[in-house]
Design a protein around this ligand. Structure first.
Ligand code: MV4
Length: 462
C-alpha cells in the first residue's frame, strides 16, 4: 500500500481524501494557498505546505509548485481530486517523470479522453453507441456544412478540447451553421488554445446519465451503476441521484456493458465516469469520459456501499479489484444536493464571506461532505460549492423526503445559499413524478414561486 500521499486540492474533496487515507493508514500532506490557511484540510492532514497566493492560477493550478511540495514531503503519490489539475495530462506526465504516482489513469489516457473527438472515435470503434456526427474534428467550414446536412439539423458544434458544455453552439440550418461554426471555433481557440471543433446531431431534451466505473492496472473493469445528473443550471450540476428514475433494468444492463467497453477501449485504470445522453425513446449515446473522481461520487458510494476513494488508492498501489461485476448490487436510492454560497435573487452570483452560524443536518440516512464551519470565511477565489448533502434510503420517495427534511434543518447564516431553491425542486411535482431532463431548471423557473429567486420588492413608503 502507499505510505504517504500529497493532496493537490482543497475544500471538501481534500477532507474526503484525508478521511479515506486515515482509514487505510496512509499519511497525508496538504497543500494550501494563502487564502486557505484556516481551512480544515490544512488542520486535518498530517502535514501542510503553502504553495502560493489565493488565486488558483498562482497556487492550486501550478504543477511545478505542487511537484516541488511532493518532492520536499517525499510522498509516494499525488491525489488530484477534481477540478484544478485533475485532468491535466501534462501534470500527470510530470508526476510520472518524477516517479511520483499520479492517482488517476496514465497521462496518455487523460490526453486521449481530453480530446473529445478522439474519445468519440475510440469508443465508437469498440461498439459503443455515439451520437451521429463527424468522424473526428472538421477543419473546413464548407465540408462541415455538408456533414451537418447529412446528419440533419439541428446539430451541435462542440470544441474538441472542450467538455462540460463549454464552447458549444447550436445550429438549426445551413445558413446559421456557418456563423455558429466560426463562433464555436473562435471561442474554442480563445478558451483552450485549440480551435478544432466537431459536429453532432442535437439530441432534444435528453437526460444526462453517467456510469461510474472502476478499473485496475491488471485489465479488470467493472461498473457501479449510473447517476442521473439531469438537474443542471448553466452546465453546473445541482442535484444528482442514483439509480436513475428513467432507466429500466434492461437499459441499465446495456449501458453498463457499453460503459465497461468504453473504459476497456482506452486501457483505462482508476475510477472514471462514462457520460451518456438518453433521449425520450430511451436511445443512449456516449458523449464524454471523465478521467477523475467526480463531485457526485458519494451518491454511488451510498447505493453500492463501496468507498470510491479507497478504491482509487488501492488501484494506484497496484492492487487487483476486490469485486467482480456480479458482486455489485444497487441496494438503496441516494440523492445529492450541491449547496453553494450564491444568491438566487442575484442570478446566483457568488456570495463569499463569513459564515456566522452553522448547523448542518444529520440523522438517519443523511451524509454531509463539507469543509466549512461556523466562523469560516469563504474565500472569493474558488468554486462556490460549500457542501454536499447526500440523503439515502430504501427507495426514491424516502430518499427525497430525507433530502427535503435535511435541507429544512440546515442553518447557515452570514452568507446567501441556494438551499431554499433546492428544497423547492425536491417538492416540484415534475421532478418527483418523472425526474428531470436537462431542460428541467429552465422550465422550473417559469412555474416556481418567484420569491425563490427574485429580489423581494422594496417595502413601499406609506
Ligand atoms: C449535447 C446535447 C444535445 N445533443 N450533445 C452539455 C454538456 C456536455 N457534457 C454535453 N452537453 C450537451 N451535449 C448533443 N449531441 C445537449 C447537451 C446539454 C446538456 C447535457 C447534459 C446536461 C445538461 C445539458 C444542458 C444543455 C445541453
Amino acid at each position: 500500500m502507499l505510505k504517504k500521499i500529497l493532496i493537490a486540492n482543497r475544500g471538501e474533496i481534500a477532507l474526503r481524501i484525508i478521511r479515506a487515507c486515515r482509514e487505510l493508514g496512509i499519511e497525508t500532506v496538504a497543500v494550501y494557498s494563502e487564502a486557505d490557511e484556516q481551512s480544515l484540510h490544512v488542520q486535518l492532514a498530517d502535514g501542510a505546505i503553502c504553495i502560493g497566493p489565493g488565486p488558483s492560477g498562482e497556487s492550486y493550478l501550478r504543477p511545478e509548485r505542487i511537484i516541488a511540495a511532493a518532492e520536499i514531503a517525499d510522498v509516494d503519490a499525488i491525489h488530484p481530486g477534481y477540478g484544478f489539475l485533475a485532468e491535466d495530462d501534462d501534470f500527470a506526465e510530470q508526476c510520472e517523470e518524477c516517479k511520483i504516482k499520479f492517482i488517476g489513469p496514465r497521462s496518455e489516457t487523460i490526453a486521449l479522453m481530453g480530446n473529445k473527438a478522439r474519445a468519440r472515435e475510440t469508443v465508437k470503434a469498440a461498439g459503443v453507441p455515439t451520437v451521429p456526427g463527424s468522424a473526428g474534428a472538421v477543419e473546413d467550414p464548407a465540408e462541415a456544412v455538408k456533414i451537418a446536412e447529412q446528419i440533419g439539423f439541428p446539430v451541435i458544434i462542440k470544441a474538441v478540447a472542450g467538455g462540460g458544455g463549454r464552447g458549444m453552439r447550436l445550429a438549426h440550418n445551413a445558413v446559421s451553421f456557418q456563423k455558429e461554426f466560426n463562433a464555436a471555433s473562435n471561442e474554442a481557440l480563445k478558451a483552450f488554445g485549440d480551435g478544432s471543433v466537431y459536429v453532432e446531431k442535437y439530441i432534444e431534451e435528453p437526460r444526462h446519465i453517467e456510469f461510474q466505473i472502476l478499473a485496475d492496472e491488471h485489465g479488470n473493469v467493472i461498473h457501479l451503476g449510473e447517476r442521473d445528473c439531469s438537474v443542471q443550471r448553466r452546465h453546473q450540476k445541482v442535484i444528482e441521484e442514483a439509480p436513475s428514475p428513467f432507466l429500466t433494468p434492461e437499459l441499465r444492463e446495456k449501458m453498463g456493458k457499453a460503459a465497461v467497453a468504453a473504459a476497456e477501449a482506452c486501457n483505462y485504470w482508476n475510477a472514471g465516469t462514462i457520460e451518456f445522453l438518453v433521449d425520450k425513446h430511451r436511445n443512449f449515446y456516449f458523449i464524454e469520459m471523465n478521467t477523475r473522481i467526480q463531485v457526485e461520487h458519494p451518491v454511488t458510494e451510498e447505493v453500492t456501499g463501496i468507498d470510491l476513494i479507497k478504491q482509487q488508492l488501492r488501484i494506484a498501489a497496484g492492487e487487483k479489484l476486490q469485486f467482480k461485476q456480479d458482486d455489485i448490487k444497487i441496494k438503496a436510492h441516494a440523492i445529492e444536493i450541491r449547496v453553494c454560497a450564491e444568491d438566487p435573487a442575484r442570478n446566483f452570483a457568488p456570495s463569499p464571506g463569513e459564515i456566522t452560524l452553522y448547523y448542518p443536518p444529520g440523522g438517519h440516512g443523511v451524509r454531509v461532505d463539507s469543509h466549512v464551519y461556523g466562523g469560516y470565511h469563504i474565500p472569493p477565489y474558488y468554486d462556490s460549492m460549500i457542501s454536499k448533502v447526500v440523503a439515502y434510503g430504501p427507495n426514491r420517495e424516502i430518499a427525497l423526503d430525507r433530502a427535503y427534511r435535511a435541507l429544512s434543518e440546515y442553518l447557515i447564516r452570514g452568507i446567501k445559499t441556494n438551499i431554499s431553491f433546492c428544497r423547492a425542486i425536491l417538492r416540484d411535482p415534475v421532478f418527483v413524478e418523472q425526474g428531470a431532463t436537462t431542460r428541467f431548471i429552465e422550465d422550473f423557473f417559469k412555474r416556481a414561486p418567484k420569491d425563490l429567486f427574485e429580489k423581494p420588492e422594496e417595502p413601499k413608503e406609506s
